[in-house]
Design a protein around this ligand. Structure first.
Ligand SMILES: N[C@@H](CCC(=O)N[C@@H](CS)C(=O)NCC(=O)O)C(=O)O
Length: 224
């Protein structure tokens, strides 16, 4: 564990992996101590109660609440991409933002598209149709390009890891669950997953109790 953290970090999210998991991966990569505030999908009132009482206009899940140990003051951060940037900037992860904002934004767009088509599949009422429409027609071409890209680059921004890699990693794990064969045909994407899982902090996290291995990838009503 790195030197004493000056703030307490709490991550609020449903009891699914969803948009919370890339943030958990980032927190673990940076060896930060944090507390999970889990909102059960089976008892949504806990969340709605918190939401009603929040002073943050854009309150949503996930959120990150920071409590300063010194002043006891609390602040709240929302929007998953913004939360990750905030953590990188304030908790020793500046290098995870890369140096090229244009490239960062480009690869964020690509990872968002991957996430979009997977979730369209997951929330569709006819998986056979969704496979055609979203996985084969839309997702596969992007995966092909990513596979080509990762033949030359270890991570999304090049040779150094960024917070976006945790977002893509989580999407690829989702695909592995949904249609393993679609992932396995892309050698470099498979290698990319292994690279991330071999990072010591990530390896330690995935085998720890902090990792919610029973959580589904998506919230109700998706069975994935
Ligand atoms: N743009 C937001 C989307 C957040 C969002 O859609 N959150 C979903 C779960 S993934 C939710 O259930 N939010 C709680 C709510 O809308 O009350 C982000 O990236 O954080």
């Amino acid at each position: 564990m790195q030197q004493q953290q000056q703030s307490k970090i709490k991550l609020g999210y449903w009891d699914v992996r969803g948009r919370g998991e890339p943030i958990r991966l980032l927190l673990n990569y940076l060896k930060l101590e944090y507390e999970d505030e889990i909102y059960p999908l089976s008892d949504r009132e806990k969340w709605f109660n918190f939401k009603r009482n929040s002073q943050e206009l854009f309150i949503n899940l996930p959120y990150v609440q920071i409590e300063s140990k010194e002043t006891q003051s609390q602040s709240i951060y929302v929007e998953s991409d913004s939360i990750s940037i905030f953590i990188c900037q304030n908790f020793g992860g500046e290098q995870l933002l890369g140096k090229d904002l244009v490239l960062l934004s480009k690869m964020r767009g690509v990872t968002e598209d991957v996430k979009l088509y997977l979730s369209r599949y997951a929330y569709h009422n006819d998986f056979a149709e969704a496979d055609q429409l979203f996985l084969q027609k839309r997702l596969q071409p992007i995966l092909l390009r990513l596979n080509t890209y990762l033949q030359n680059y270890k991570y999304l921004l090049g040779s150094n890891i960024s917070y976006l890699d945790f977002v893509l990693y989580e999407s690829l794990k989702t695909l592995e669950k949904i249609k393993k064969e679609y992932l396995q045909s892309h050698t470099y994407l498979v290698q990319y997953i292994k690279n991330i899982e071999n990072i010591p902090q990530i390896k330690a996290y995935l085998s720890s109790e902090r990792f919610h291995k029973d959580f589904l990838f998506y919230g109700d009503p998706s069975p994935i």
